[in-house]
Design a protein around this ligand. Structure first.
Ligand code: TMP
Length: 235
């Protein structure tokens, strides 16, 4: 497979076409942004961590029967994926109150939620990725009702797998964001799952082990990304 022209450059990744119509290459960058790119920086080694961590997690999800875009690692910072059309929604699942949920609803960070919460956001930086519901999504043509049902079902299944996986590796999965894409009429998991897109708290100490270290200037950002990868790479 040969790398072709760049299709898209996002805040944390570049996407390239290849000589195979059904395959893209994703290159993970060290660039970091927060608050819809109002805060910018670099996290050295982040691209490699996110590439490898996404690969491990997407392989695990595949074993559990979740359809994903992941094909295989190509190098430390690149992976081959199925050429999906991204659905312009960020899907968030929350197990514990934190971040924008705590702020918007006045719920203390760390409060365990009675049930996992499913949220949709419209991916649009110019409007600060606004919270939407399934009616907005269908009314505006982002996805069909059937696609949203399948996204919801997959998102809760993914949550079950990931909560258990991170627990086995000493971390609590507080919340996470995922994205889906269309590939030959099927909705499959796309994008990445990494410390950029999850909140992970170390079991026992409650230490934050994710991008909140960058967002909130908590220090040891690079070291913590490496630590998360090292934890999940052990058996
Ligand atoms: P939030 O509490 O800021 O809404 O974030 C919820 C989860 O989604 C958290 O794990 C971080 C992740 N997230 C992203 O991956 N990208 C984003 O742009 C935002 C705002 C959150």
């Amino acid at each position: 497979m040969k790398k072709g022209e760049m299709l898209y450059e996002g805040k944390a990744k570049k996407v390239f076409k290849t000589d195979e119509a059904d395959t893209y290459i994703i290159e993970y960058k060290d660039d970091a942004t927060a608050f819809n790119a109002k805060k910018k920086g670099t996290i050295k080694g982040k691209g490699v961590v996110n590439n490898k961590m996404s690969a491990i997690i997407f392989e695990l999800l595949k074993e559990k029967g979740i359809p994903t875009h992941f094909i295989g690692l190509l190098s430390d910072s690149q992976q081959a994926v199925k050429a999906v059309e991204i659905i312009p929604m960020e899907v968030v699942i929350r197990n514990v109150a934190a971040g924008s949920f705590s702020k918007r609803l006045g719920v203390e960070e760390g409060t365990i939620l009675n049930t996992a919460v499913f949220e949709l956001y419209y991916k649009n930086d110019a409007y600060d990725d606004p919270l939407i519901n399934d009616y907005h999504a269908t009314a505006l043509g982002f996805a069909t009702a059937a696609e949203i049902e399948s996204i919801k079902k997959l998102a809760f299944q993914i949550n079950d797998v990931l909560v258990e996986f991170f627990k086995q590796h000493g971390m609590r999965l507080i919340d996470f964001k995922i994205e889906f894409g269309r590939f030959h009429d099927e909705v499959i998991l796309a994008d990445e799952i990494s410390p950029d897109t999850c909140r992970l708290w170390e079991i026992g100490t409650e230490r934050k082990m994710d991008k909140d270290r960058f967002r909130r200037d908590l220090g040891n950002v690079e070291e913590t990304y490496q630590e998360v990868l090292a934890k999940i790479e052990t058996n």
